[in-house]
Design a protein around this ligand. Structure first.
Ligand code: ATP
Length: 275
């Protein structure tokens, strides 16, 4: 099974300062994480532990980065999985995978002498869509039920705290049982970056690149309306490739402009006719 692809060393390298824009999402996430950090106070007051945080927003906006930065912030091991890894033809296999994922998280935390583990589940709607709406609904139901069982089973007395961070672009199809208090009761919206956010993201992804002195990142941020973080990262990379083709030592404004066109064109080619 592939769920440890995002291993803890990768997880711990990402810092909140590596994430451009997303100020609201960062603040909301930090507030929730401080809650996890202050476990003793929470126990004293009898407040139930925070078990799940849902990151909601379009692809490529930094949800995975946020989850990794969270793992770093609360000094936790990091396990990543995708909702599609739990979908199997055979009944019970998905549920077993969910169980194993939580087991693996506890084991990994123990091995690394950590009190916390973060389980990140991307595309969580694939395993946690509304029950009874799929043709093979029985299997989905079992998988989702197992996730609920794991969440409900966690308590303040656990030696190892597990925090599940889900990511989805389809809040509308999530089963409402998942969003009930005591489960994923924090929802953090992660939107496409605004102009300031785009400038920050471009700054992050050009900081190790030789950018010509006259390149104006503020202007480039203006010209990349509706670009996601992933597209901006791609733009910085394409611009560098174009500089190499031109045999430039530095990445010029023209390279950046051509790269904007290329990324936009790529998007058009990838789009289905009805989008
Ligand atoms: P998906 O839903 O497709 O999994 P995601 O929201 O999890 O997307 P990430 O995997 O975090 O997106 O982002 C992909 C890549 O895009 C990152 O590795 C990073 O290079 C870049 N990126 C995305 N958002 C940001 C951001 N806010 N700041 C800096 N880089 C970003």
């Amino acid at each position: 099974l592939i769920f440890s692809q995002g291993n803890e060393s990768q997880g711990s390298e990402i810092d909140f300062s590596d994430i451009g824009g997303q100020d609201t999402a960062k603040n909301e996430l930090l507030e929730a994480l401080d809650f996890v950090k202050n476990k003793k106070e929470i126990q004293k007051l009898g407040i139930r532990p925070l078990k799940g945080i849902m990151l909601s927003g379009p692809p490529g906006t930094g949800k995975t980065l946020l989850a990794k930065a969270a793992a770093n912030y609360i000094d936790s091991v990091f396990l990543a999985a995708s909702g599609s890894e739990f979908v199997e033809m055979y009944a019970g296999v998905g549920a077993k995978r969910v169980r194993n994922l939580f087991k693996e998280a506890r084991k990994k935390a123990e091995e690394n002498n950590k009190n916390n583990a973060i389980i990140f589940i991307d595309e969580i709607e694939v395993l946690a869509g509304k029950r009874g709406q799929n043709s093979s609904h029985l299997e989905y139901d079992q998988t989702l039920n197992q996730l609920l069982v794991e969440l409900d089973g966690m308590s303040n007395n656990d030696e190892i705290n597990i925090l599940v961070i889900g990511a989805t672009n389809r809040m509308d199809i999530l089963d409402s049982a998942l969003l009930r208090p005591g489960r994923f009761d924090r929802i953090v919206k992660v939107d496409l970056p605004d102009k300031e956010g785009r400038k920050e993201i471009l700054t992050i992804h050009t900081r190790n690149k030789p950018v010509a002195a006259d390149v104006d990142l503020t202007q480039l941020a203006k010209e990349t309306f509706r670009f996601s973080g992933a597209q901006l990262e791609n733009l910085a990379n394409e611009a560098a490739i174009m500089a190499m083709r031109d045999k430039n030592d530095e990445i010029t404004t023209t390279n950046f402009k051509d790269a904007i066109d290329k990324v936009m064109m790529g998007e058009k080619l990838n789009r289905k006719p009805n989008d």
